[in-house]
Write a protein that binds this ligand. Structure first.
Ligand code: KG4
Ligand code: ZN
Length: 338
């Protein structure tokens, strides 16, 4: 079964082909123009998707050696994301499905991130249940995954997402956008113990996250240091990054203790972070927890994960009606795919 996946939920225009669960091509056009503005400009994102969607889809078909007539289904992100950006991919996919008389399926972007963990290893029933930490620019959620479409929320951020904490911190530090890679880069030779930024108390209840206090602490630290903060940029970046990763790890460790489930996946843009991956590796050796994360190119937004999620759904006999609309605030446990 050959599935075309299309992703246009934010500022990456993506198309990919999955053939019987195996990735055959993956093309992403990264709209770097947003770096000029220090964040994603929704109107520009939508226009760029319109310009790039045909070349990106054509590129994915060519790389996979497929013709349109070979497609057995078309999968597309219908939420969550920016409304104007989602509309471009969804309408393109519907038009293509209609003209090819091929099945069409709407995919939840966050569920796509989750399945990115299975682009390079088989998705077999013995992988379940597992705990997934989904960490992106707009989400920080801990899910118990019992099977495809079976998600129970264990914890979530009460304010900023982890990626947002990286992006806002980078802006305060005068680093570029996106903030995660910029802070990771600036932190390379920094001392992570130099500045004591807040972390959640280990004994505090629940599995929720909060990053707004951390961002405020960085704001006041920079204010106290005035223009001199640039002299300590590496130490500030390293200490701030360490505080975000320590927070992510503390709740994840607690989730494993509370549930007794010792298989963990991470997904979403922040799962590309080196310090998070190192911390997970160390934990997995100490605590005999099995850890999985996607290859770096599948952590941030891409269509490979959407094509795989579409394949899983189509193989289970599911497809959507052409009346499906975008759903910008779609949750993981609410119509994970249609
Ligand atoms: O999943 P994603 O590409 O888009 C959303 O669905 O939001 O995630 C983007 C987020 C941004 O906040 C970005 O700063 C963060 O992922 N990010 C990282 C890294 N690479 C991307 N954060 C920390 N370290 C990284 N290496
Ligand atoms: Zn994403």
């Amino acid at each position: 079964m050959i599935v075309l996946g299309i992703e246009t939920s934010c500022d990456d225009t993506g198309a990919a082909i999955v053939d019987s669960g195996k990735l055959r091509s993956n093309v992403v056009y990264d709209q770097q123009i947003h770096q000029t503005y220090g964040g994603v400009v929704p109107e520009i994102a939508a226009r760029m998707h319109e310009q790039k969607i045909i070349p990106v889809v054509t590129g994915a078909l060519q790389q996979a050696g497929c013709a349109l007539g070979d497609l057995d289904g078309i999968a597309v992100t219908y939420g969550p994301g920016l409304a104007g950006a989602l509309v471009v991919g969804l309408n393109f996919a519907k038009g293509l499905a209609q003209s090819l008389q091929a099945p069409f399926i709407g995919i939840n972007h966050m569920e796509g991130h989750l399945w990115a963990n299975f682009l390079e290893r088989p998705l077999t029933p013995d992988q379940f249940p597992f705990i997934c930490l989904l960490v992106s620019g707009g989400h920080t959620h801990l899910w118990l995954v019992a099977g495809p479409g079976e998600y129970t929320l264990l914890g979530r951020t009460l304010d900023d997402a982890a990626g947002e904490a990286f992006d806002k911190g980078a802006r305060l530090l005068g680093l570029g956008y996106p903030g995660g890679p910029a802070i990771q880069h600036a932190a390379v030779d920094g001392d992570a113990l130099k500045f004591a930024f807040p972390r959640p108390k280990a004994e505090s209840e629940g599995l929720d996250y909060s990053f707004s206090g951390l961002k405020t602490a960085l704001f006041y630290q920079i204010k106290r240091m005035d223009a001199n903060f640039k002299d300590d940029l590496a130490d500030l970046a390293a200490s701030y990054q360490q505080a975000i990763i320590d927070s992510l790890m503390s709740r994840l460790v607690k989730a494993v203790e509370v549930t007794g489930i010792d298989r963990v996946c991470i997904a979403g843009g922040v799962s590309a972070n080196n310090l998070l991956r190192q911390s997970l590796d160390n934990w997995s050796h100490e605590a005999a927890v099995s850890i999985s994360y996607p290859a770096i190119e599948y952590c941030t937004d891409n269509a490979a994960m959407i094509a795989l999620a579409g394949y899983v759904r189509l193989a289970a006999g599911q497809s959507a009606a052409l009346g499906l609309d975008i759903y910008p605030s779609l949750r993981m446990d609410e119509n994970a795919a249609i």
